[in-house]
Design a protein around this ligand. Structure first.
Ligand SMILES: NC(=O)c1ccc[n+]([C@@H]2O[C@H](COP(=O)([O-])OP(=O)(O)OC[C@H]3O[C@@H](n4cnc5c(N)ncnc54)[C@H](O)[C@@H]3O)[C@@H](O)[C@H]2O)c1
Length: 257
């Protein structure tokens, strides 16, 4: 059997929930999904910060809604998922892109800094999955979950024990989720990007960035729009049909598992 998608928008009729959608990688994924025909529920800390992303989705002709939520607040996330289902009729795709990053050596790390990173970058993903997955399972038509980790979860980085631990956790979490949900037709995968020019890395030291760039086989950092097509692949049919529990690495060659 051959399958051709020529001329078809790959996510027509799908509803995608995207966390961290006000900026960077989440915003780029929202915009591409919108161009591919999805309805987009954009989640981030405030509705005001989401205005630009809503406008980008609407420019692509998509229906888009903005939802203020802190992904560490389980009750708020549950309420937002309920609102999305009531507004758009379901959830077919969940992209977890909300995240924080700071560089702190272990010898100077407070428990609060460590805990907050784990809370946002790891537990925030659990929380969104906890409340979106039941919707996908109950739908009877499956779904796609795409968790944004980092190549640093595979190789570590100086001053990043907390961040690398959270991102490695996302990879292990997603593999288990993939095993649990495959019988329901819900596929769960990780994207582990290399360094990408977004506001997230503004706070990293220039020395760290220069050293990191020098060790990349491709020789440069990426842009958020270069990550979005991997997220489209994982959400698409048939492109993403055989991926589950995988970690895809658009990382300039930084990690070769
Ligand atoms: N930029 C990179 O180099 C890079 C590399 C690998 C992985 N990542 C990962 O990609 C994801 C997206 O990062 P980005 O580079 O687009 O960063 P970004 O800072 O541009 O966007 C992250 C978004 O997450 C939101 N956010 C933060 N905490 C939140 C919370 N508690 N609740 C809801 N929203 C919250 C922020 O408001 C922001 O809009 C993150 O998980 C990050 O760790 C980024």
């Amino acid at each position: 059997m051959t399958v051709s998608n020529a001329g078809m928008r790959q996510l027509a009729g799908k509803v995608a929930v995207i966390t961290g959608a006000a900026s960077g990688i989440g915003q780029a994924i929202a915009s591409l999904y919108a161009a591919e025909g999805a309805t987009i529920a954009l989640l981030d800390l405030s509705v005001e910060r989401l205005a630009e992303s809503v406008a980008l989705c609407e420019q692509e002709g998509a229906i888009a809604s903005a939802h203020a939520v802190d992904v560490t607040n389980s009750e708020s996330v549950r309420q937002v998922m309920d609102t999305v289902v009531a507004t758009h009729g379901g959830i077919n795709i969940l992209v977890n892109s909300a995240g924080i990053l700071d560089q702190t050596p272990l010898l100077e790390m407070s428990e609060e800094t460590f805990d907050r990173t784990i809370e946002v970058d790891l537990k925030g993903i659990f929380t969104a999955c906890r409340w979106a997955a039941p919707v996908m399972v109950a739908s009877g038509v499956g779904g796609r979950i795409i968790n944004i980790a980092s190549q640093l979860g595979l190789k570590g980085g100086v001053g990043l024990t907390h961040y690398a631990a959270a991102k490695a956790g996302v990879i292990g979490f997603t593999k288990s989720l993939a095993l649990e949900l495959a019988p329901h037709g819900v596929l769960a995968n990780v994207i582990a990007p290399g360094p990408i020019f977004t506001p997230l890395i503004d706070g990293l030291s220039e020395d760290w960035k220069a050293a990191k760039q020098a060790e990349l086989p491709i020789g440069r950092f990426g842009y958020a729009y270069e990550i979005a097509p991997t997220a489209l692949l994982l959400a698409s049919d048939p492109g993403g049909n055989l991926y589950t529990g995988q970690t895809l690495g658009p990382n300039s060659g930084d990690v070769m598992p």
